[in-house]
Write a protein that binds this ligand. Structure first.
Ligand code: EPZ
Length: 426
């Protein structure tokens, strides 16, 4: 079990390239199951979640190969197995994004229900509601979703839920509708850039999708889809994480390969607390040279403030002047990082889905436990700003979403080393 040992107090300076988006790559890799023929997906990051998805697609009859130019070649060679096993799905809930492609292409699928995770319940009721509206029958059997649709017919579908739209739910319904007969209209669709990237890939395969990036997506069903080449959009959450890294270490960092138009809510908040964000070529330079101001943040569906950057901003605001308030509207229990930040001297008080952060002058290094991908990243950021040494345990959580994080941060001046040590609880 690896841990990261972080010597705090360094200022970050230099340039870092942002990788392709994990959350765009996962559904796009699943959508390759829809194609007759190979696809080559470029800028797919080298992460454990991607490796996991490779394994799942291979079990579902795809051949997945990393090409010399780094592109990921995916070609379906056998459609006889449409079972996504519990043992695979429980390790990565995003595996649910194979449901729509399998239903559309093979008219049958058996996919394990994802179950809960560290950031809360991960229901899929809206996914299933949307697929049923297209004519699918859904049974639950032994924890698996068993779904069939001899025919898929276009429909008007509302995909809103109590927490707003659903990203992977929109992806699943869009993939199924792409091969349905007739027109599908998705109302209250997710507007995330990763949904737009999937729609763009589907259109390059021969689908007819318009409205992606708005709450109303229209899909004209077609008879078949072919493979194609596609480049993944930059990872806005990785970019936001490294922007916070620059700010929390009072540094000056240039990020390359950033779509600032995907990060408007984030750069708005950074500028509001005294961080400078200047557009530069295909990226930006982020600097924080003075004290930071407190602010209030409420997470929302895109284009609102992303829940995937909530933990990182909590670490940052722990060092701001004054009291900040963060309200989590997407995953109300996504606060496992609160107790760990408190161990480092942060004064954070949770009241349900809201956390009050009393800005402190400093954080103190301590051993802390990673729990989920983004909370773990927040602990690394806090450790870089803290006085003394911080040990972040169970960093396999971080490796799911950040490629070689310690190497890339050390190249900017951080002092982080990875050690393999026995899990403190074993
Ligand atoms: C995607 O998850 C992302 N994952 C998550 O990023 C991200 O936090 C989330 O969207 C919200 O932006 C990937 O793209 C692989 P949702 P997804 O369905 O699609 C509720 C990370 O750190 N809901 O948009 O699974 C749900 O409980 C990960 O990279 C239902 O009630 O999230 C939540 O409260 C973590 N019923 C809200 O909607 C459903 O059928 C949004 O969830 C589906 C969702």
């Amino acid at each position: 079990m690896d841990s990261l040992i972080i010597e705090g107090g360094t200022r970050l300076k230099g340039t870092i390239r942002i990788n392709g988006s994990k959350n765009a790559a996962l559904p796009i890799m699943a959508a390759a199951l829809l194609a007759d023929g190979p696809s080559v997906i470029h800028d797919v990051p080298d992460l454990s979640d991607i490796t996991h998805q490779n394994g799942l697609l291979t079990e579902l009859g795809a051949r997945v190969q990393r090409q010399k130019d780094g592109g990921l070649r995916i070609e379906v060679v056998d459609e006889s197995n449409s079972l996504a096993r519990y043992d695979l799905v429980r390790k990565m809930r995003a595996s649910i994004c194979v449901l729509g492609p399998l239903l559309a292409k093979r008219r049958h699928a058996r996919v394990s229900m994802p179950g809960g995770c560290a950031i809360g319940d991960r229901p899929v009721d809206i996914h299933l509601r949307g697929l049923k509206a297209l004519g699918a029958t859904v049974e639950l059997d032994g924890g698996d979703i068993v779904i069939d649709a001899p025919r898929l017919r276009g429909a008007e579908i509302f995909l809103g839920g109590n927490f707003g739209s659903t990203v992977l739910g929109t992806d699943n319904v869009m993939c199924a509708a792409a091969l349905a007969e007739g027109t599908t209209v998705i109302e209250s669709a997710a507007c995330e850039p990763e949904v737009v990237d999937l729609a763009d890939y589907l259109n390059a395969m021969g689908a007819k999708i318009t409205g992606q990036g708005t709450p109303r997506i229209v899909i004209e069903g077609v008879k078949e889809l072919h493979g194609c080449a596609h480049r993944i959009i930059p990872d806005r959450i990785e970019a936001g994480t490294f922007m916070v890294a620059a700010a929390i270490c009072s540094g000056e960092v240039t990020l390359e390969n950033v779509r600032l138009d995907h990060l408007l809510a984030v750069t708005d908040k950074l500028r509001g607390i005294g961080v400078t964000v200047e557009k530069e070529g295909g990226g930006c330079t982020v600097a924080a040279l003075g004290r930071l101001r407190a602010t209030t943040i409420t997470t929302q569906p895109h284009p609102g403030f992303p829940t995937d950057l909530q933990a990182q901003f909590m670490a940052l605001l722990a060092l701001a002047d004054g009291n900040s308030i963060i309200t989590e509207k997407i995953f109300p229990d996504r606060f496992l990082h609160v107790a760990e930040l408190s161990r480092m001297g942060a004064r954070v008080h949770r009241e349900g889905a809201t956390v009050i952060i009393e800005g402190e002058q400093r954080l103190i290094g301590a051993p802390v436990m990673a729990s989920d991908l983004r909370a773990s990243a927040a602990l690394v950021l806090a450790g870089m700003a803290a006085r003394g040494t911080t040990t972040v345990n169970r960093v396999y959580h971080i490796d799911r979403g950040y490629e070689r994080i310690e190497e890339r941060l050390n190249a900017l001046g951080a002092k982080i080393r990875r050690v393999n040590q026995k899990d403190p609880d074993q």
